[in-house]
Design a protein around this ligand. Structure first.
Ligand code: DGT
Ligand code: CA
Length: 569
């Protein structure tokens, strides 16, 4: 049993309990445990680690026992019983944006609805609006939500596919017949969503590779099994295509299958202009291969420098390359700190000290503790008084560090009218103020824009967190005029966050590029709720790179002294 399989079971348990109307503390405990396990960097199923389960943050002894049972027997009696509940099939409804556990139970109990199709029909027939707590508007939202869900279903979030594809790569690398292997497609370009994963390998014995590939433990279904190309669907229900090519074609095939299609078409037509044929096998003049071993060779055959995969979207990268104007993209090694992390003072799993140590282990120079300040109960938001106490605690923690600094920050709610959920005296006492929308996402565009612009104009605010509020695959961005938001940032010298939380990646690549063009600085922050989440910075960096972002555009590439000075002014 893999960590992923355990995570899926824990999430399913929490969802069934939620629909049954169990105590929210109980259901959240399962969710927390799932979050912990899904971001572990080791597998629980090795015997050595098994004893550690009860010690992991966010996992109580009851759930630890259940996980042990899963690992021992591959089954969990409690879960098997729960799955027999009449509410178990309703967890499908929770994938529909706008439907929570209460609605799921309600439509089942009142109308006997058990499937998404039945729910869609009932909504279309106007049968939901009469239910208590629903109405015509809610009914319409449910219909839209179902359509949205179907749209999302075709693509997966990058952060879902990436680690799973990498695990497959690692498995394949163990075969001695594989000489080279790489990801390609949208996965290599690090798009925020991925339809299927493309993998490319070099080998003299492709059939052996194909055989191993279709027999991997992750495989649920073999879609195609050829001599040099096979496709499988994993148990997580995404498709992986593997192609084996000869070493002489590896560069050409990497370039071709990395795409994007639009970029490829442009490169191929540059080739045609020079009398060259460029395809996945190589670069040919008449029938003579003149290049193809490396991607550099392919680019240079059309007089271009190497273009990083994240830029290959035909969004101006070819023109920039021709003029020698390609951006020097930001890389992990430039990042000096994380400016948005949570601790157990609000809804995080670790202490201030643990987060600080983890940030320092990553080689950072600073980390900003930005726990929630919110009067909306759910996230244990800090009151002004607890913010003061946390500042004292952070000062104490800082005494233990040399050449590393924990910054006092907050993630303060922007209330629906644009006011902040902390008074300005408290905000002024902090090193860094991150402000964010966490409520009333459905405001009309004008109100939402005004709300965020007011926060930007507030002299206490430095950064706007996850500026559009999207949750990939679950929630569309709220209606907000990002041009106006960016203009306000520019006018007030404020920073926009690129939230690297895998389901957010907000700002998106397109918005990053726009922010850069307008001369607005961004902060690439993880929003980590536990130490392992600091690793998510890589998805933020990838998104920034897709948005043509260079180190100088990113505030958390600054040294501590420069950053503090920048924030003060
Ligand atoms: P995805 O899978 O929708 O997330 O996005 P991609 O970019 O991975 O697309 P996919 O898997 O259909 O194809 C992988 C790459 O293969 C694509 O990025 C470029 C290349 N490719 C596919 N079809 C064509 C085509 O008709 N012409 C050219 N020039 N390249 C293609
Ligand atoms: Ca693909």
């Amino acid at each position: 049993m893999t960590n992923q399989e355990i995570t899926d079971i824990l999430v399913h348990i929490s969802q069934i309990l939620d629909i049954q109307g169990e105590n929210p503390f109980k259901t959240r405990a399962y969710l927390r445990a799932a979050q912990t396990i899904s971001s572990l960097t080791f597998q629980l199923n090795s015997l050595e680690n098994r004893k550690e389960i009860g010690k992991l943050p966010g996992i109580g002894s009851g759930i630890a026992k259940k996980i042990e049972e899963l690992l021992e027997t591959g089954k969990l009696g409690y879960y098997e019983d729960l799955k027999k509940s009449k509410y178990a099939p309703l967890t499908e409804f929770l994938k529909i944006p706008g439907i929570g556990p209460k609605h799921a139970r309600l439509v089942h109990d009142k109308l006997g609805i058990k499937t998404v199709e039945e729910l869609e029909k009932a909504a279309a027939d106007g049968k939901l609006r009469v239910l208590p707590g629903l109405g015509e508007k809610a009914e319409k939202n449910i219909l839209q939500g179902i359509q949205q869900m179907r749209k999302y279903k075709e693509r997966f979030p990058l952060a879902f596919i990436y680690p799973r594809a990498m695990a497959i790569l690692e498995d394949l690398k163990k075969l001695k017949e594989i000489k080279k292997i790489t990801i390609a497609g949208s996965l290599r370009r690090m798009r925020d969503t991925i339809a299927d994963a493309d993998v490319l390998a070099v080998s003299d014995n492709p059939e052996k590779i194909m055989e191993a590939f279709i027999n991997l433990p992750q495989v649920a279904q073999v879609v195609a099994h050829g001599h040099t190309k096979s496709s499988i669907v994993t148990k997580d229900r995404f498709q992986v295509d593997l192609r084996v090519v000869g070493a002489e074609s590896f560069g050409a095939a990497s370039h071709y299958f990395t795409g994007s299609k639009a970029h490829n078409i442009r490169i191929r037509s540059l080739g045609v202009d020079k009398g060259l044929k460029i395809n996945e096998y190589g670069v040919f003049r008449k029938d003579k291969r003149i290049a193809g071993k490396t991607e550099e060779e392919v680019f240079s055959s059309v007089d271009l420098p190497y273009i990083p995969p994240e830029l290959r979207e035909d969004r101006g990268e070819i023109e920039a390359a021709q003029k020698g104007n390609l951006p020097s993209l930001v890389e992990a090694r430039y990042i000096k700190g994380d400016l948005h992390v949570h601790t157990n003072w609000s809804d995080g799993n670790n202490t201030i000290e643990e987060m600080a140590m983890a940030a320092r282990r990553k080689g950072y120079h600073y980390v900003a503790i930005c726990d929630h300040a919110s009067s909306m109960g759910i996230v244990h938001g800090l009151s002004a008084e607890r913010v003061q106490r946390q500042i004292i605690e952070i000062r104490k923690v800082n005494k233990n560090f040399k050449n590393f600094r924990v910054l006092c920050g907050t993630e303060v709610d922007i209330k629906p009218d644009g006011e902040l959920d902390l008074d300005s005296d408290t905000l002024r006492a902090l090193d860094i103020v991150v402000a964010a929308v966490h409520s009333k996402f459905t405001q009309p565009e004008k109100e939402m824009t005004r709300r965020i612009v007011r926060a930007i104009e507030n002299p206490s605010v430095h950064i706007i967190a996850h500026p559009t509020g999207r949750i990939i695959g679950k929630r569309e961005p709220y209606e907000v005029d990002m041009d106006k938001v960016m203009d306000a940032c520019k006018a007030n010298g404020k920073i926009l966050e690129l939230n690297a939380y895998p389901e957010r990646l907000d700002l998106s690549d397109i918005h990053c590029r726009k922010a850069k063009e307008k001369g607005i600085k961004i902060a690439i922050s993880t929003d980590a709720h536990m130490t392992d989440h600091l690793e998510w910075i890589s998805f933020g960096i990838a998104t920034a790179r897709r948005g043509w972002i260079e180190p100088k555009d990113v505030v958390n590439t600054m040294t501590l002294a420069k950053l503090l000075n920048y924030l003060r002014h």
